[in-house]
Design a protein around this ligand. Structure first.
Ligand SMILES: *Cc1c(COP(=O)(O)O)cnc(C)c1O
Length: 391
């Protein structure tokens, strides 16, 4: 089905496997195990000579539909669903790397991803070098003989820095390493990392894929030869598995993903243009604006700028908090990718545990705010922000 249909069709129909009841909507198989007709069939299933579900830690039909649908959207051969975005990154690392390996990670990745590589995986003998998201030469310079993986997120959170996926894929290939891209901010609607040369795509399905702030989920995608043995092998044994219920909820999210992404992205562009004109604003970070330092690259590798707009309010923390505290509509929460617009003050929340020096080096100032634009009327969002900006 993947070859024949366009993204819109795949988002609604890819992966469907109907039961004997002929249900129209995807069935929710909320069961931990599956029964066999005989001892012989059980033996065949366990030996993988017969296809079919065994136990929901590693084979559940609802989860499989989600995996096939997301694989179709990303243009991937293989997808392994996980309990969350973080467990997707963990499963990738545990499945593909070993003690003594070296990885290069963008400085501008999700906070928990930094902690995972710099604290937890380090204890298991993984050596990580953090480099600038945008400086291709720095990635090349960081390569060691034992470099096995390059990991990045583009656009980054919260400054929307853009990494050059094709250029870094070339660095990875030359080093004999894999390139993994966390495609959370763009989703396959706006960016297809595998087509640009990446080997692995990571998702936090918690964000735009669900899109309505309901459940956690994640996924690792890529070639079968990379994903099946290592990543699926780890998941099967260790069990950071996506619940069938969450898979079902996210499947329903995928059906409207393209429509939501385009609407939220169009609103974000208009909001970014408007914020740029407000007198109390020092700077706006949005890849769809010509003022963005990597605007040209963003427009080359993404369909549009995405749904996240960050900006610096003049007057530091007090002025930024005033904008947050004067909202009546926008939700004060760290989540993003929801139909409800959210606002975050990164310096005191998502990046609050980072040292002030490291925060400054990362460009996360006290006046910075991040807005993840939802589906509300844009005029209502503007009015909600204007109240605090003019207070
Ligand atoms: C939220 C997020 C994650 C982690 O996902 P969870 O589902 O919360 O575990 C990873 N990467 C990015 C870019 C995110 O925004």
């Amino acid at each position: 089905m993947t070859d024949k249909y366009q993204l819109d069709t795949l988002a609604v129909r890819a992966g469907i496997e109907r039961s004997q009841f002929g249900e129209h909507s995807e069935a929710l198989y909320l069961t931990s195990s599956f029964v066999f007709k005989s001892a012989a069939q059980a033996a065949e299933r366990f030996a993988e000579r017969e296809r079919g579900p065994i136990y929901s830690r590693f084979t559940n039909p609802t989860v499989s539909v989600f995996e096939q649908r997301l694989a179709a959207l990303e243009g991937a051969e293989c997808c392994v669903a996980t309990a969350s975005g973080m467990s997707a990154i963990l499963a990738m690392a545990m499945g593909l790397l070993k003690a003594g390996d070296h990885v290069i990670v963008s400085q501008s990745v999700f906070g928990a991803t930094v902690q995972l590589f710099s604290n937890i995986l380090k204890r298991f003998g993984l050596d990580t070098t953090f480099v600038s998201a945008t400086d291709v030469a720095a990635w090349q310079k960081a390569v060691k003989p034992n470099t096995r993986l390059l990991f990045l997120e583009t656009p980054s959170n919260p400054l929307t820095e853009i990494s050059d996926i094709s250029a870094l894929a070339a660095v990875a290939r030359k080093a004999g390493a894999l390139l993994a891209v966390d495609n959370c901010f763009c989703t396959p609607v706006l960016q297809k990392p595998l087509e640009l040369g990446a080997d692995i795509v990571i998702h936090s399905a918690t964000k735009y894929l669900d899109g309505q702030g309901r459940v956690l989920g994640g996924a690792v995608l890529g070639k079968t030869s990379v994903i099946r043995e290592g990543v699926f092998g780890f998941l099967r044994t260790a069990g950071p598995t996506l619940s069938p219920f969450n898979a079902w909820v996210i499947l329903k999210g995928l059906e409207t993903l393209r429509i939501r992404m385009e609407a939220q992205s169009a609103s974000a562009l208009e909001l970014a243009r408007w914020i740029e004109q407000q007198p109390r604003i020092e700077r706006v970070f949005y890849p769809g604006l010509p003022s963005h330092p990597q605007h040209a690259l963003a427009m080359k590798q993404q369909k549009s700028g995405g749904g996240i707009v960050s900006f610096v309010v003049k007057g530091g923390r007090d002025a930024a908090w005033k904008v947050v505290d004067n909202t009546r509509l926008i939700s004060i929460t760290a989540n993003l990718g929801d139909t409800k617009t959210t606002i975050t003050h990164p310096a005191t929340t998502t990046h609050g545990r980072v040292s002030p020096e490291a925060r400054a080096a990362a460009g996360i100032g006290d006046g910075l705010l991040r807005v993840a634009v939802g589906l509300e009327a844009l005029d209502d969002i503007k009015a909600d922000l204007a109240r605090g900006m003019n207070a």
